[in-house]
Design a protein around this ligand. Sequence first.
Ligand code: ADP
Length: 880
Amino acid sequence: MNEYSPPAPSPVMAQYLEIKEANPGCLLFFRMGDFFELFFDDAVAAARALDIALTKRGRHDGADIPMCGVPVHTAETYLARLIRAGFKVAICDQIEDPAEARRRGGKGPVRRAVTRVVTAGTLTEEGLLDARRHNYLAGIAEAGGEIGLAWLDLSTGAFELMPTSEPGLAGDLARLMPGEILLPERLLTRPTLFELLAEWKPALTPLPNPRFESEAARRRLQEFYGVGALDGFGGFGRAELAAAGALVDYVGLTQQGRAPHLQPPRQVMPASVMQIDAATRRNLELAATLAGERKGSLAATIDRTVTAAGARLLTEHLGAPLTEPHAIAARLDAVEFFADRPELRAGLRERLKRCPDIERGLTRLSLGRGGPRDLAALCQSLGETATLRDILAAPGLVPLPERLAAAQQGLGEHGVLVDRLGRALDAELPLFARDGGFIAPGYSDELDEWRGLRDESRRMIAALQARYAGETAIGALKIRHNNVIGYYIEVSTNHAGKLGPEFIHRQTMAGAQRYTTAELADLETKIASAAERALALELRLYEDLVGEVMARRAEIAAAAAALAALDLSAALAELAAEAFWVRPIVEEGAGFEIRGGRHPAVEVALAEEGRGGGFVANDCVLGDDRIWLVTGPNMAGKSTFLRQNALIAILAQMGSYVPARSARIGIIDRLFSRVGAADDLARGRSTFMVEMVETAAILNQAGPRSFVILDEIGRGTATFDGLSIAWATLEHLHAVNRCRTLFATHYHELTALAAKLPALACHTMRVKEWKGDVVFLHEVGPGTADRSYGIHVAKLAGLPKAVTARAEEVLSVLEKGEQGGALARLADDLPLFSAARRRAEPAPPQESAAEALLRDTRPDELTPREALDLIYRLKALAPE
Ligand code: ADP
């Protein structure tokens, strides 16, 4: 049978086309021998995405068939790149041995079937995942006018859901950062979701509406968990159920029916976590910096975890700070426990470092995608749980704080399994069970016997070679092995005549002849059958071990969760000790009292620049004055001050110590920030538009328990415009939103509002003028800045002297007031400067129509579309 050079449509091609049609929307990786091949449009797309050669193979419908392929053993790397590029890939494997197919009668191609569909949200392989981050598959559904959101991490089995709303969705998705989002097709056209979905476009997987039917979803979930009702898991709304059901359905589809390990769905109530919208998360650089890197983000700055699962938990907690003082205090108790006990902490962290990731291994095993190394990792980590339990059970530590006691219990008892795995697994392990050779000697008598026979036969072959060499007097006679003809006897052609009749000729090579004998064939059969039996037995033993692990998967998942929780508490304690952070008090009420607060990332950055200790700590006490108007020059530290207070609140409510001398915070339910927005050209918005959209969100949503930081509102438009908007915004925040607010501004005129608004207080960044220079002290104090020192910053930035000198002149005139007349005079008669300019530049030519158009253009206010129109108009003005 030759399936490699068929004329089209060959039986293989027919098989290909059938499977391809059954898996729409996916690239089809079609297994042929040692390669996954792609054909037709798939080949063109994949060759381009992977930068590999596009070739041809046979013809179909009178045209060449484009083809490209990747080797099976390195397929994972290519898969990763395709998934990252936004493709879904159906893996079509050979599901029978080609030798078996031949035995079947050689009719038709080897049997093939899709064994899995790989999508961004359903990855489980280590090589395709970031160990320190969750990779969520999220589902959005609507039922009875409500929106439900569900998300799961297939690689760890975490599964959660929550009721949400159209306006809330953006923040929820920003928190989860799902790799893939399922939603019913009909939501795609909903105008209110249009912008949000556009933002998440590469991750969207729209599915037919009936897949999100809530009753069917309930049944599917009940079936999946083998329960008669879901009430035991929580009282879920229809929309949540529909979303969760669609997820389970999709997982079944992509895993081709294999049931992965998934924890029972856990309901998260929106009110139980601090609401932080996408813009605020970006602005505060929680998970990534504005430049998109993890380094420098808050997550990276505070991460001291030593296990991947601990790191994932940290990112999760940081993304969803709590709003319930008891729950926060419980987390803080656990951190404090370790903060107070450095030696215990060090010992515990040492042990945790030896715990490989078991959450993901457990899922791989449950999907039949694991291997002996996943079992070894389980054995190793579960083995450590006993020591960890002992560490926590030391006298003098009881009673443990609630969360640690729970973790201690969660660690569980795994002695029997650990012992069995320890005895079963060899020291050196192959990646796949099918490679064999992973069961340790002494674990199974039968296996040892087969292996002994196999090895013994090999020794016998060596003895046979020696005997034949002696008998034939050909010293160079060798017995060798290859995969095509198996064992053979080889002698050089000039010795061939010396062999007796028992030597049966098999092959003639250049200068050599190959033979076999009945004796050799017999030994070969023995070796092959012993090896085959040994491998078959090993695979059975492997399945037994996996079965035993699966039977205990709930306990193992609990142990994994306990390890992550211990790691996180100890890591936050480590950080607190290392960076001199303190335990915050988080309580009901609207207070906000930070003494000696610092910015966690800026402080570290200064230390890295060799200016350790250079960070100036500042207080922020919002009481009766719940709005602080912060003025001060550029570069004086306003943004840093605003952000640090928001970050301290997030840290406190996620259950971490905070960078301050002391902190007392009344629960914040929503956090908003508007700081230094950038153009959002992708969505056709100018800087000013982005700023106004973010401000609108704040004014429409902030309430008395919210915390708002606003940096430089109303720039990017004319001065009076901007000032008026800032003014009205402040009044609204004061009278309507009544939230705690830090408001940084250059509009010193706003400080006049302090007299009118009782809850508004003015603060400023202290500055010292010294020998004509300005020194920023980075200290926040009561009062108002008298100047902006913009020209000073301009000098620092290297503007030409002529410009800064001229700016100072203009400024001094402006500062004298009666602006209109003074400005006219300035423009009229400034002989020195204009003379200098005349000398430096040729006289300006008459303004052209194109120049006039450019003069009247405000780039900040253009959408990309308008910008393009502008270019066409300019082009039209150009002489032919
Ligand atoms: P502004 O918002 O007033 O323009 P930034 O907050 O951006 O100023 O701060 C400018 C720089 O000043 C920061 O990058 C940092 O290096 C430094 N800085 C800010 N606050 C402090 C502080 N409290 N202590 C020491 N240096 C600071």
